[in-house]
Design a protein around this ligand. Structure first.
Ligand SMILES: Cc1ncc(COP(=O)(O)O)c(C=O)c1O
Length: 363
C-alpha cells in the first residue's frame, strides 16, 4: 500500500527551470554554452554586493535577523513606505507560495492570465483553488476579460506587469480601472519583478502610491532581475501591514539568510549599476527587434528583459536545435503557443550569438 498524499498534487507538475549551462555542456559535449533562459542579469551585479557578502561571511555562525530589521528599514526608506509595510522573502518565489497558503481555501476562486508566471498556477492549485484562467489578447493581459470573470466572491487575482514570459505590460489607467472593479475583500497580487526595465510612459511607475487607496493590493518585487542577485534569493513585498502580518505567521523564521540580507542592502544602494543595466537592456532589445524583423520573425514588444517570439515551427524542435548550438532559451509552453519561445536579453555578444544560432536552426 502506498503512502497517501494531498490529491491536489495530481494536478501539479514540478517547476521546470531554465536548463543549467553545465548540464548542456555535459550532455552535448560542448565547451561554450550561453544561457538566455531565466531572465537573469547578464551583466552580473553591483561590485558592492561582493564586499558586503565577504564581510557578512564572518558572522555565519549566527542566525540571521529573523525580522530583517535593517533591510526592511532600507527598503522602506527607498520606497517611501513604513518598515511594517515590507516583508522580505527567499526570492519572490517564496512569497507566491506564502500568499497562496495564507489566502486560498479549497474551492476559493482565483483569477490569473493564461500565459504568465507559472508559480501562480501551481501554488493556487496546491491550495485547492478553483482557477479562472483569462485568455491572452495578442499575448497581453486582457483586463476586460479579467473584469468579466472577477466577482465579489473572488479570493485572489494574480497580476504580473510587465508580464513573464510575454514581456507585455498594461497601463496605469488600465490598472486603476481594474482595481476600481475589484471588491476590497479580494486580494490583488501585483508582481512587478521586471519593473526596473519598463520605460513606457504609460507603465505604472507609481504603483506603490496605489497602496494608499487599495489596501487589498500587495506589490511584489525582486532583486533577481535588474539587481542581478538571483543566486542569493531575495524578493520583498510591500503592502498593508495587516495582510503582511497574516503572511508573517507562516513564514519560516529565518527565510532570508544573513549573507543575503547584507547583499540586498548593498545592491539597493547602487543606483548607478541599475542605470547601466537598463541602458544595456534597451540596446539589446532593439538589436533583437531589428534582427527579428529582418528575419521576418513574429515577436512581441517587451517592457521587460526578455522577448517572446514565434519561430514559425515547433518550439521544442527549435529549443533543441539551439541547445546543440550552445544557446539555451525556453519554449513558452501551452497548447496555444506551440511555436512560441522566450529569449532573455543578454550581453550584445550573447544576443549576436543567439541570432547566429537561430538563423542556423531555422535554415
Ligand atoms: C514574474 C515573476 N515573479 C517572480 C519570480 C521569482 O523571482 P525570485 O527570483 O525573486 O524568486 C520570477 C522569476 O522568474 C518572475 O518572472
Amino acid at each position: 500500500m502506498a503512502v497517501r498524499y494531498r490529491k491536489e498534487l495530481d494536478t501539479i507538475s514540478p517547476y521546470v527551470p531554465g536548463k543549467p549551462i553545465d548540464d548542456v555542456k555535459r550532455e552535448l559535449g560542448l565547451d561554450h554554452v550561453i544561457k538566455l533562459a531565466s531572465n537573469e542579469n547578464p551583466f552580473g551585479f553591483s561590485s558592492s554586493v561582493k564586499e558586503a557578502v565577504m564581510k557578512a561571511l564572518d558572522n555565519v555562525n549566527l542566525y540571521p535577523d529573523g525580522n530583517a530589521t535593517l533591510l526592511k528599514a532600507k527598503i522602506a526608506a527607498k520606497y517611501g513606505v513604513t518598515p511594517e509595510m515590507v516583508l522580505p522573502t527567499c526570492g519572490s518565489d517564496e512569497m507566491v507560495d506564502l500568499i497562496a497558503k495564507t489566502f486560498i481555501d479549497p474551492g476559493s476562486q482565483v483569477v490569473m492570465a493564461e500565459v504568465t508566471f507559472p508559480r501562480y498556477f501551481s501554488t493556487s492549485k496546491m491550495m485547492g483553488a478553483e482557477l479562472k484562467i483569462v485568455p491572452m489578447n495578442n499575448m497581453a493581459f486582457d483586463l476586460e476579460g479579467f473584469k468579466r470573470v472577477i466577482t465579489p466572491e473572488t479570493r485572489l487575482v494574480w497580476l504580473c506587469n510587465p508580464n513573464n514570459p510575454t514581456g507585455t505590460f498594461f497601463t496605469r489607467d488600465q490598472l486603476i480601472d481594474l482595481l476600481e472593479h475589484i471588491s476590497p475583500e479580494t486580494l490583488v497580487v501585483y508582481d512587478e519583478a521586471y519593473y526596473e526595465f519598463a520605460t513606457h510612459p504609460e507603465y505604472p511607475k507609481d504603483s506603490l502610491d496605489f497602496l494608499k487607496k487599495y489596501k487589498n493590493m500587495l506589490v511584489m518585487k525582486t532583486l533577481s532581475k535588474a539587481y542581478g542577485i538571483a543566486g542569493l534569493r531575495i524578493g520583498f513585498t510591500i503592502g498593508d501591514a495587516t495582510l503582511l502580518g497574516l503572511i508573517n505567521r507562516i513564514r519560516n523564521p529565518f527565510n532570508v539568510t544573513l549573507i543575503t540580507q547584507a547583499a540586498a542592502m548593498a545592491a539597493l544602494d547602487d543606483d548607478e549599476f541599475l542605470i547601466k543595466i537598463i541602458e544595456n537592456n534597451h540596446a539589446g532589445k532593439h538589436y533583437l527587434y531589428e534582427e527579428f524583423e529582418k528575419m521576418g520573425i513574429e515577436f512581441v514588444k517587451t517592457e521587460a528583459n526578455h522577448i517572446a517570439f514565434s519561430a514559425g515551427k515547433d518550439a521544442t524542435a527549435v529549443f533543441n536545435g539551439l541547445l546543440k548550438e550552445g544557446v539555451i532559451i525556453r519554449p513558452i509552453g501551452g497548447e496555444n503557443y506551440k511555436t512560441w519561445l522566450r529569449v532573455s536579453i543578454g550581453t550584445m555578444e550573447e544576443n549576436q550569438e543567439f541570432i547566429r544560432a537561430l538563423k542556423k536552426v531555422l535554415a
